[in-house]
Write a protein that binds this ligand. Structure first.
Ligand code: NAD
Length: 492
């Protein structure tokens, strides 16, 4: 297999981007960035301090008023230009992403495409940001509700979608007239750095879009800064809960998207052969490191035996390797530490009495002996109370939990602490409607395995998967980034 061009050579030390300039952090502490496929160190990331965050906030605050007074269509024109710059940088961004995160090149291209779609959708600001009005709410008195930007916003991002996730929020915030700070995951800082090279080229006014790398101190710097008006967070539920609480304490707007444990139900009437490719992608795409990944496979009724046989055969056939190689269907997990966490769950599953029918622990990948690979893994005879059926593993590990009928399946969902997404495979419209009506999750796939909404529909979660009320992208997000000012006027 031919290795495609490697985008990065040597160790790269990433910088912050503040007030239109690439600047070093004031910290002396740096973290390592790894290539998950080779297991080699490829970069260093600064653990920026609260002083670095303050510098970015001051720049964003200073840029705010002029940007806020810039007509929305003019603001949108920056996004049109940025979209074209992103198209030019498309392959480079995608390959950088593969190199530091591990997913396959096709998956990375899909992610970058989704990122760009959010830029495209945000350019509709002149329609999406409009308010409403009514004359004569009392005689001679008129009322308008006007959407106004609010100030400085920020995003705190997870490792698994280094390109896309900040762009679920950033283009909407900025096109509405706010200014912005991105805090990428310290595990994957290079993709957003490549993206910011395009932002730099685009020529936004200084301070409108900033980036500060780092971990806990940088996050706390954002959460507790009095001049930040709102935070969008995506990550594990424990961190999401912490962020939401801190925003409550400091009076910030917050949309805090957490972790997931997604159940995929297959009815006896499902078209198994036709469903198998999307079922497999649901569980093993992005090596299971996706908040929409299937995690628990639920055969309903007597589909169990045939589904299990077909699913195991398809999982066993997956080509695992370096995502930059052609034909690879599943890459490594993101880090050595995360690999250990996933392996720990496999040990736990065995200990708790589940039957390991496909074991990915000792997978050997030719040419990559030090990569963080975990092969496709499947547990059968999983009890719903086992850890592997309840907790987020975030790796290529599938738990098969049987349900006698749809009612039992819905009870499994109700008992889950998470509520991000679920999927159902059936050819029966009545069953699909019943499921759609009752299942408590925020996103749902019917006869498809990854219920990923497009940029013009909202992205969020329910129960322990989401803290807040206004979700990411879609129409709603324009509300998150604006305040509705009501003006009541009488001119006599
Ligand atoms: P994480 O919570 O460990 O980290 C997310 C961000 O929070 C990072 O920028 C990190 O620097 C920061 N952070 C981590 N711990 C912190 C702490 N104690 N104090 C302050 N800041 C802290 O998440 P992750 O492991 O990078 O990402 C994977 C998780 O994200 C999974 O749980 C996945 O389900 C979730 N996720 C959810 C969605 C969604 O839409 N709901 C989308 C993508 C990923």
């Amino acid at each position: 297999m031919a290795i495609l061009e490697e985008p990065m050579k040597g160790i790269k030390k990433v910088k912050n981007y503040i007030n239109g300039e690439w600047v070093d952090s004031s910290t002396k502490e740096y973290g390592d960035v790894w290539c998950p496929a080779t297991g080699e160190k490829i970069g260093e990331v600064p653990f920026s301090t609260t002083a670095d965050i303050d510098k970015a906030v001051q720049a964003a605050k200073e840029a705010y008023w002029e940007w806020r007074c810039t007509p929305p269509l003019t603001r949108a024109r920056y996004l049109f230009k940025l979209k074209n710059l992103f198209e030019d940088a498309f392959e480079d961004i995608a390959r950088t992403l593969v190199t530091e995160e591990g997913k396959t090149l096709d998956e990375s291209r899909g992610e970058v495409r989704r990122m760009i779609e959010n830029v495209e959708h945000a350019t509709g600001v002149t329609t999406m940001m409009t308010g409403y009005n009514l004359e004569d709410i009392a005689q001679g008195i008129d009322c308008t509700a006007e959407r106004q930007p609010i100030g400085v916003f920020g995003v705190i991002a997870p490792f698994n979608f280094p390109a896309m996730v900040p762009w679920w929020f950033l283009p909407y915030a900025v096109v509405c007239g706010n200014t912005y700070i991105v805090k990428p995951s310290e595990q994957v800082p290079m993709t957003q750095t490549r993206i910011f090279e395009a932002i730099d080229e685009c020529g936004f006014p200084e301070g409108v879009i900033n980036m500060v790398h780092g971990a806990r101190d940088a996050v706390n710097g954002l959460l507790y800064h009095p001049d930040i008006k709102g935070i969008s967070f995506v990550g594990q539920s424990a961190t999401a809960r912490y962020v939401y609480k801190a925003c409550g304490e400091t009076g910030k707007r917050a949309q805090s998207l957490g972790g997931a444990k997604n159940f995929v139900f297959v009815m006896p009437d499902a078209e198994l052969d036709r469903s198998m490719p999307s079922l497999i992608t649901s569980f093993y795409g992005c090596a299971g490191e996706r908040c929409l990944s299937g995690s628990v496979l639920v055969p309903v009724g007597d589909v169990y035996k045939e589904l299990k046989e077909k699913f195991v055969a398809a999982a066993r056939a997956l080509k695992v390797g370096n995502g930059l190689q052609e034909g690879i269907q599943m890459g490594p997990v993101v880090s050595k530490k995360h690999k250990e966490k996933v392996l720990g769950y496999i040990e736990k599953g065995i200990k708790e009495g589940a039957k390991l029918i496909l074991d990915g622990r000792n997978i050997k990948v030719d040419g990559y002996p030090n990569g963080f690979f975990v092969g496709p893994t499947i547990f059968d005879e999983v009890d719903p109370n086992m850890s592997i059926a309840k907790e987020e593993i975030f790796g290529p590990v599938v738990s098969i939990v049987r349900a006698g009928n749809l009612e039992e399946g819905l009870t499994l969902l109700e008992n889950s602490e998470y509520g991000n997404a679920t999927c159902l495979y059936t050819t029966n419209g009545k069953t699909a409607r019943e499921f759609k009506y009752r299942a408590v999750t925020s996103m749902m796939g019917i006869n498809l395995g990854i219920a990923a909404p497009m940029s013009f529909f909202p992205f969020g979660g329910a129960k322990g998967s989401f803290f807040g009320d206004i979700k990411g992208h879609g129409r709603e997000v324009f509300q998150f980034f604006t305040d509705t000012k009501v003006v009541i006027q009488r001119w006599t």
